[in-house]
Ligand binder design. Structure first.
Ligand code: NCD
Ligand code: ZN
Length: 344
């Protein structure tokens, strides 16, 4: 296949930050995606509808003229979130969901939830107001091996949440393990998951074998090959519970190439192209449109997009970095070739 035209896709898990980084990354997302779920883990976090609306304006300012892109805002769930704010979020057309970060699980998660059970009254309010809950599914127990943190979260907290809130719509964000995939597959229709390009493309050797590669470091951490294969099978299966969420998470290059480097892969520069490579290798290009353009919209009960986007089989080289030297972001597959490109 030389050309692939699909309905305009959406990114159901995206970090765009603020200030200089926002200006670098926003054009990349807006040229391929019609909408994106914007993660609220700023410093300080986006915890109120008013903050989300202000952040939305800042994002819209960074969208290049002529591109039509809608940020779908989320609020950061903290111990101080009130039932009233949840009701306000439910009533606001620009706010789609709450994000639960276990405190300490990932970048800018210290304001997150340290005791999931203590947050149950808030989950009940979300269930009642029909606001989806997006979960970073990892335990933060220091004693738990980093490669086991998602599996243990699924077995403990997630299983309990799903059992206790039978009407709550939940997205298990960026699933990385066979266990999480199986959990989502066997749960009811209100439980879905996003999958990132890096977890579909790489196993942990790409992070650690032959040298440490900080640009492949993200959370949840990349796992063993059999997990990657389970993720590819789920993404390319046509099952509507699985949809595109890049988790594109830009950090300054200097903060990733460091003794204690930040977690997060930057993938927005070539998001759809990266997924297209994975789907092509799996012989499932015909399943890309559902994964990228239909399943997420249906889950969030938003209309599917009307326009289209065309990918062409054209080899191009990903630049070493985006942005100026003082504020540069290193993309996934920097200096490497990709085989699909968005048609101009
Ligand atoms: C994300 C970030 O940098 O904001 N990092 C990451 O490794 N994925 C946070 C997150 O989604 O966990
Ligand atoms: Zn994320």
């Amino acid at each position: 296949m030389k050309k692939l035209t699909i309905t305009r896709p959406d990114d159901w898990h995206l970090h765009v930050r603020t200030g200089a980084i926002l200006k670098i990354v926003m054009p990349h997302t807006a040229r391929q995606f019609a909408r994106a779920i914007i993660m609220p883990n700023l410093k300080p976090p986006v915890t109120t509808v008013a903050q989300a609306l202000a952040y939305r304006e800042e994002i819209l300012q960074a969208v290049p003229a002529g591109l039509d892109f809608s940020p779908l805002m989320t609020l950061y769930l903290t111990g101080a979130t009130t039932a009233d704010e949840i009701r306000k979020a439910a009533e606001c057309e620009h706010v789609q969901a709450f994000k639960l970060y276990p405190a300490g699980a990932t970048t800018h998660s210290d304001a997150g939830i340290s005791d999931v059970k203590a947050a149950y009254p808030l989950l009940e309010a979300m269930e009642k107001n029909d606001v989806p809950l997006l979960i970073h599914g990892e335990v933060t127990d220091e004693a738990c091996d980093i490669f086991d943190r998602e599996r243990v979260f699924v077995d403990t907290s997630l299983t309990e949440i799903v059992r206790n809130f039978p009407e709550l719509r939940i997205v298990v964000e960026h699933v990385t393990t066979t266990e999480a995939v199986q959990f989502v597959q066997s749960a009811g229709a209100r439980i879905a998951a996003t999958i990132t390009p890096q977890h579909l493309m790489f196993n942990r050797n790409a992070l650690l074998a032959g040298g440490i590669r900080p640009h492949h470091y993200c959370l949840p951490i990349i796992k063993r090959e059999h997990h990657r294969q389970a993720l590819v099978a789920a993404a390319t299966s046509g099952n509507s519970k699985f949809f595109l969420g890049t988790d594109s998470a830009p950090h300054l290059t200097s903060l990733k190439e460091a003794a204690c480097g930040c977690a997060g892969c930057y993938s927005a520069h070539a998001a759809l192209e990266l997924y297209a490579e994975v789907f092509e290798q799996a012989g499932a290009l015909d399943k890309l449109e559902g994964f990228a353009s239909f399943h997420g919209a249906d889950f969030y009960r938003l209309p599917r997009n009307s326009g289209t986007i065309t990918l062409e089989k054209t080899v191009w080289k990903v630049p070493a970095a985006y942005g100026a030297d003082s504020a540069s972001v290193t993309p996934l597959k920097a200096n490497e070739e990709l085989t699909w490109q968005i048609a101009q």
